[in-house]
Design a protein around this ligand. Structure first.
Ligand SMILES: Nc1ncnc2c1ncn2[C@@H]1O[C@H](COP(=O)(O)OP(=O)(O)OP(=O)(O)O)[C@@H](O)[C@H]1O
Length: 616
């Protein structure tokens, strides 16, 4: 990928992030609880910001001649026991209360987040020491610490909130550390390291994004807790009486509850509503983020409408034509899409049609991202949960696995075939074998279940299969765990597994990509030999025209989710019609001797064999 492509990719990620953010905000506002919470908090924040404008008096100005007065035009909510304006104290109290809660959250995040990021990412000594400190902090009784701080430093609300923030920081530390540990060994983090990104960039770009959402949710809750603790301490008379806060007002109101109950009512309402709104906001953010993760699948109808806009003239939901039942697999006008946060559907496979017959090898070729695997996964029913079938149908042996009106692959219909008559050879042999079980166990279990044979018979078959796929010591490999064999052997084991239940169709998704070049040729030879001897249909997904020339009878060329050309391999190699196919072939042939046998008129069987042997 060139630098420009990387930058384009990043800007795309940025745009996507903006779309997701605006989607989350919309979701919060659509949720009635979220809307109420945002409304209340906006009001409180406005009160706090505009306190100087909205309050007619200084919060500590006392009119001794007008104590415990009822509301009038001068004192909108009346006065307290020393003649201070309740409304002015309430709006200034909003400012102090909110700022001190934010201070508490900032201290907790400021300590817990970086410490959690470093401990989770680097582990080692820092992690050990940080854990030790966190355990001590968590063991401290919070209220006793706060009372001690009050006794040592006086009644300052700011100092108590800093202390409380320190006490709450372990929650952020643990949250962050666990999240970071879960992603630090992901391949994309390794890739970023290999690409030369500094640790700070990796943490900022790849790791921080994982913890951002839970931190926001936790912060909303922490602000609520800070307000309640702060108000509680002040209610007990431990606050600073010279600073107008809701807690101090609550304490004052309680002392005069029999003389003027509204003195208690206003701060209690303000505290209750603000804490409630913060908790509701936290819940609404969580719900919105969960929704964003599993974006609602669009209904086939609405997607169909989108198709007709984006691909005018395309036949919708064409049913498999009568007389095509004899095809082993028939894919008709298949479309696969992913619903996006902004409500659109990103099509990754569009209007793809082909068929495979028994004993035939179809190659699906195209550059990375052209939709080859998504097409293969549609036949296998292995598409991710978010994927939608947005058009077309798939038929296996005369039966639909995706009927023309389906918007997903029918797992119940497919279970009749998958693992029994349709098998799969994956791209990454190692990650497709379960490290907890021996290779023998992983070969025997499906045979016992599908072929209904005894374990001992299945073992005999497994040993024979391992021998057939070229494993030199079948018994040893049978008893080995996946980590004890090489990548090439693991792929042979998977090929043995793929043919073990006598399938009619094998789907091989770039079966040699993860293997050493020398092993690639062996594995391809093996697939070719097995295909011929078992007379199975094969769909071979590859980006390599050489492999296509070597193995396939027909080829489908894909570009950007669409099939640009399909036909007999020799015909297409000799006379590619589509400019993209010509380009693909051109890039394969660059710097190589002209393939005279491909352009010669000799289309005899012998010629065909020669072509295949030439392997581009
Ligand atoms: N889970 C997903 N969500 C959204 N888009 C996806 C998802 N999986 C794949 N895609 C997109 O589908 C497109 C086709 O992917 P596919 O894996 O079929 O490509 P491919 O041709 O097999 O490429 P490769 O040879 O690299 O495997 C790509 O643009 C990819 O980004």
């Amino acid at each position: 990928m060139s630098e420009i492509e990387v930058l384009a990719d990043q800007s795309d990620v940025g745009q996507k992030g903006t779309v997701v953010r605006s989607h989350v905000i919309k979701k919060i506002l659509k949720n009635p609880m979220g809307l109420i919470a945002v409304g209340i908090l906006t009001l409180v924040v406005l009160l706090a910001i505009l306190a100087n404008v909205l309050a007619p008096f200084d919060p500590n100005f006392a009119n001794i001649g007008k104590t415990l007065a009822n509301p009038d035009s001068t004192n909108l909510l009346g006065t307290d026991s020393v003649g201070r304006d309740v409304w002015s104290r309430l709006v200034f109290g909003a400012r102090t209360t909110l700022l001190s809660a934010l201070l508490c959250a900032a201290v907790a995040v400021g300590i817990g987040l970086p410490a959690g990021l470093i401990a989770g990412y680097y582990a080692g000594k820092f992690d050990g020491v940080a854990n030790w400190v966190v355990n001590i902090l968590m063991a401290l009784p919070g209220i006793i610490v706060l009372l001690t701080v009050r006794a040592a430093f006086g009644p300052s609300v700011w100092i108590s909130m800093v202390a409380f923030g320190i006490l709450l920081s372990p929650g952020y530390f643990r949250l962050t550390r666990t999240a970071v540990q879960s992603v630090r060994n992901e391949l994309y983090v390794d890739a970023a390291r290999v690409a030369g990104l500094s640790d700070a960039s990796i943490i900022a770009r790849h790791i921080f994004s994982v913890v951002r959402a839970p931190i926001i949710i936790q912060t909303a809750i922490v602000c609520g807790v800070a307000i309640s603790i702060q108000s509680g301490l002040e209610f007990l008379g431990l606050g600073d009486p010279t600073v107008a806060t809701w807690g101090v007002m609550l304490s004052e109101g309680f002392k005069n509850v029999y003389l003027n109950p509204t003195l208690l009512l206003w701060p209690a309402l303000a505290i209750g509503l603000t804490i409630g709104a913060l908790v509701l906001l936290g819940n609404a953010v969580r719900d919105a983020l969960e929704d964003a993760e599993k974006i609602k699948p669009a209904k086939r109808g609405s997607v169909a409408a989108l198709n007709s806009r984006t691909a005018p003239g395309r036949t919708q939901n064409e049913a498999v034509a009568a007389g095509t039942e004899h095809h082993l697999v028939k894919v008709s006008h298949l479309g696969v899409g992913y619903p996006q946060a902004d409500g659109s559907v990103k099509k990754v496979v569009d209007d793809v049609s082909f068929h495979v017959d028994r004993g035939e090898v179809l190659g699906i070729v195209g550059e990375s991202g052209s939709g080859k695997s998504q097409t293969a996964f549609s036949i296998l029913g292995l598409l991710p949960e978010a994927a939608r079938i947005v058009g077309g149908s798939i038929q296996f042996d005369g039966k639909y696995t995706v009927a023309p009106t389906d918007d997903s692959v029918s797992q119940s219909r497919l279970s009749e075939f998958r693992g029994k008559r349709i098998s799969y050879i994956p791209q990454e042999p190692m990650s497709n074998l379960d490290p907890a079980f021996t290779i023998g166990h992983q070969l025997v279990t499906p045979m016992v279940r599908v072929l209904k044979i005894s374990k001992s018979e299945a073992k005999k078959r497994a040993l024979k299969l391992l021998d057939d796929v070229g494993i030199r010591f079948p018994e040893k490999t049978f008893n080995a765990y996946p980590h004890e064999v090489s990548g090439g052997m693991a792929q042979r084991v998977l090929i043995a597994g793929a043919i073990s239940c006598e399938p009619d169709l094998i789907i091989a998704d770039e079966p040699t990509t993860a293997l050493d070049v020398t092993v690639q040729a062996d594995v391809l030879d093996l697939i070719r030999d097995l295909q011929k001897s078992l007379n199975v249909g094969v769909i071979l997904v590859t980006h390599n025209f050489g492999v296509v020339a070597d193995l396939c009878d027909r080829v489908a060329v894909m570009q950007d989710g669409r099939m640009v050309e399909e036909g007999d391999v020799r015909e297409i190699l000799r006379n590619p019609q589509d400019p993209y196919t010509q380009k693909l072939l051109g890039s394969m042939l660059e710097g190589k001797e002209p393939m005279t046998m491909l352009v010669s008129a000799g289309a005899s069987a012998g010629g065909a064999d020669n072509e295949k042997e030439a392997g581009l």
